[in-house]
Every structure is written in structure tokens, then in C-alpha cells.
Design a protein around this ligand. Structure first.
Ligand code: FAD
Length: 357
């Protein structure tokens, strides 16, 4: 943890501060340690993993050398790897201001009213902080009721349940098709005339066991006696005005997310923003500001791959660029992991695991 005794000159100065705890940020935390830099990672949400939390039960199958596994497991493996060199990790803390100091360090300010100093900054903030679009399914405070979900993290909880899904895009259709064999019944309700998802998935949902109701408005919900969950939902046909009340066990709301990225407006360092949600970068992750690097989904440059594999590639470039920014004499590329001195003391433990398997 950064220490601040009241005098600015005693505040720890990190070599690298990473904004965002998704795949790009987590892998950068590992790689910064490998390149012998002291690093902190700051994540706005109370949990790590970034967007993978939106599809934690879906199988990720397109990362080189990684066997197919649920995204939730990918998150866990990324966290374990990120912790290899004991980085400082803050969760539930949003960076809301960046300034450059006279000595060249960056000062960052967070919503917990903390201030940190860092020599370099890695912008791994994806497309901002994703908060579900408020809907009538939420409480008045915008919170989720107990049986309302914006993403399914536990398939077991859907077993033999009556699942009501609201929405008509890819994510609603995908959840409907995925849960159809698990749930007792899946009811998919959309207010438009046609679903908007991928053609093959739309066909699958229309021809399968899911009850699809189009052109229907959600007009009211009834809560359980203790007010914690939704018991019934009343919908109304937009053409005939006929009302129908459906009892539900679980509700999945796929009405999209609001992206919050105030950081783009509140920084005093002059980040170049692109298409509202991207930082303009070079393929080596450099931004217009020396010492600030953009990586993962946050970055846009010709040929950028907005996938987990692309985030890893950027992370290596960003960390190497940070290293040579701090120490121009350092090697532009770190040594490969098979020869890395920093990993040697840990290799014996890994071999032991293989010996016992
Ligand atoms: C439904 C879906 C399925 C996908 N499936 C696959 C797949 O199968 N294979 C694949 O390779 N890719 C897939 N992707 C893409 C992949 O998830 C992204 O490319 C990857 O998550 C990008 O990682 P990232 O770390 O750059 O950004 P993110 O994962 O978006 O993480 C960014 C993090 O930064 C945090 N943050 C933002 N602003 C701040 C701030 N001011 N202060 C502190 N923290 C902040 C956010 O809260 C977030 O946790 C999928 C994406 C979606 C949406």
C-alpha cells in the first residue's frame, strides 16, 4: 500500500500504476513484476476481471495455449498470475483525476480521496466502467433485487427455474439459448417486432423450447412479501393491449450498460480520446503523453485486436515501454520467461507440482 505520512516527499512513488483490473491490467501487473518494477493496480469495481465478469459462465476458447474454460476461471488464473510479484492492488477505487507534477511524476486522485504518485501510467480501463442501464427491474436506488441479474454467474441457480429474460439483442438471445436446457422454462420478452441478435442464434431461439414474446411492454412487477425479489411480471401486448401476468423465479435483464469514463474529461494531461471510448495510441501503446501508455480494449491503433490475446500483446509492449521510459538504458524487451532470473526461485515449486501430477 502506498504510504503517505502527511509530507508529500515521503509518499511512495510507484514505477507503474495500472488503471483497470481486466485482462490487460492483470497481465501488466505480472509483467511489470517480471521486469523488476514496483507496481500498483487500481480497479473501480469491487472485483477484478474486467469485462470477463459479464460472461463468467461462458467458455473462452480462443486464447492460445489455454484449454477451453469458463471466463470466471480465466479471471482466477489471471489474478493468481498477477499476484506473482506481490503488486499493490486496490479495488472499489476509481481514478478520477490525473495531473503531471513539475518533477515529471504523475499524481493520480481516486474517488476514495487518495492520492498516489507514479512515474508511468498504464491505461487499461477498457471502455470505461460499465454499469447496467437502470430499468424498472431495479430498486429505486438502482440496485439489483435478489433474483434479478444482468449476467449469469451461477448456472446451478437457474436449474429447474422459470427464467424471465428481458431484451432482444445478442446477449438476451444468447442467455435464452444457453439456459434453455438447464431451466424449467425460459421466457424471452422484447418490445420490438424482431430480435436483433446474430441470425443463426435468432433462428435457434425462435425454433427451440424458449417462449418468445415480441412486441410486449413490461408494465408492472410484484415483489415477494419481504420485498427482496420479483414474484410476478405483467406484460402488455403492444398491438392488442392484452395483459398477461407471469410468475418468475429468476429475471435476467439485458438492457445494456452505461459506460462511464469521466477520466477522459477530468485529466489535466491531455489524453487524446478517439470515438468517445478509446485512447489514441501507437501499436507500441504510446499515447500523446510521454510516460502514459494505453492498452487492451482502451487502446485504438491500426490493427488493434480487441480480444484477450490482444490485451496480453499490448501489456508486454506497454510494460517494456514503461521500463525504458524510466530507465532509457534498460533492455527494450525483457528476457523470455524461460530464462528470467526473477522466476528462477519459483521454478522449483512449479516442477514439484508437475512431479506430483
Ligand atoms: C460478451 C463478451 C464476450 C467476449 N468473449 C471473448 C472471448 O471469447 N475471447 C476473447 O478473447 N475476448 C472476448 N471478449 C473481449 C474481452 O473480454 C476483452 O477484449 C477484454 O476484457 C479486454 O480487457 P481489458 O483489460 O482491456 O478491458 P476490460 O476487461 O474492459 O477491463 C477494464 C477494467 O478497467 C476498469 N476501469 C475503467 N475505468 C476505470 C477508472 N477510472 N478507475 C479504475 N478502474 C477503471 C473497469 O471497471 C474494468 O474492470 C468478450 C467481450 C464481451 C463483452
Amino acid at each position: 500500500m502506498a504510504t503517505f505520512s502527511g509530507k508529500e516527499d515521503t509518499m511512495e512513488v510507484y514505477d507503474v500504476t495500472i488503471i483497470g483490473g481486466g485482462p490487460a491490467g492483470l497481465y501488466s501487473a505480472f509483467y511489470s513484476g517480471l521486469r523488476a518494477m514496483n507496481v500498483q493496480l487500481i480497479e473501480a469495481q469491487p472485483y477484478l476481471g474486467g469485462k470477463l465478469n459479464l460472461y463468467s459462465e461462458k467458455i473462452v476458447w480462443d486464447v492460445g495455449g489455454m484449454p477451453p474454460m469458463p471466463a470466471g476461471q480465466v479471471i482466477q488464473q489471471l489474478i493468481d498470475q498477477a499476484k506473482t510479484f506481490q503488486p499493490t492492488i486496490h479495488t472499489g477505487e476509481k481514478i478520477d483525476g490525473i495531473t503531471k507534477e513539475a518533477d515529471g511524476n504523475f499524481q493520480i486522485h481516486t474517488t476514495k480521496d487518495s492520492t498516489y504518485l507514479t512515474k508511468t501510467l498504464l491505461l487499461a480501463m477498457g471502455n470505461g466502467i460499465l454499469d447496467p442501464t437502470p430499468t424498472p427491474f431495479f430498486t429505486n436506488n438502482g440496485e439489483l433485487l435478489d433474483n434479478v441479474h444482468v449476467s449469469v454467474t451461477d448456472f446451478e441457480a437457474m436449474k429447474h427455474k422459470r427464467v424471465f429474460i428481458s431484451g432482444g439483442g445478442n446477449s438476451a438471445i444468447d442467455w435464452a439459448n444457453t439456459l434453455a436446457p438447464i431451466a424449467k422454462e425460459v421466457i424471452l420478452v422484447y418490445r420490438q417486432e424482431e430480435f436483433k441478435g446474430h441470425e443463426a442464434e435468432v433462428e435457434r431461439v425462435l425454433s427451440g423450447p424458449v417462449t418468445c414474446i415480441l412486441q410486449a411492454d413490461l408494465i408492472s412487477k410484484k415483489l415477494t412479501p419481504n420485498g427482496s425479489s420479483i414474484e410476478t411480471i405483467t406484460i402488455q401486448d403492444k398491438e392488442t393491449n392484452r395483459k398477461e401476468t407471469l410468475s418468475v423465479d429468476e429475471v435476467i435483464v439485458c438492457h445494456g450498460f452505461n459506460r462511464k469514463n469521466e477520466l477522459f474529461e477530468q485529466n489535466d494531461v491531455g489524453l487524446e480520446v478517439f470515438d468517445n471510448y478509446y485512447v489514441k495510441a501507437t501499436p507500441q501503446t504510446e499515447t500523446a503523453i510521454p510516460g502514459v501508455f494505453a492498452l487492451g480494449d482502451a487502446a485504438k491503433y491500426p490493427g488493434k485486436v480487441h480480444l484477450i490475446a490482444g490485451a496480453f500483446h499490448d501489456a508486454v509492449n506497454a510494460v517494456n515501454a514503461a521500463k525504458t521510459y524510466i530507465d532509457p538504458q534498460a533492455n527494450a524487451m525483457g528476457t523470455v520467461s524461460t530464462y528470467a532470473d526473477k522466476l528462477k526461485p519459483k521454478v522449483a515449486t512449479v516442477w514439484k507440482q508437475y512431479a506430483t501430477e
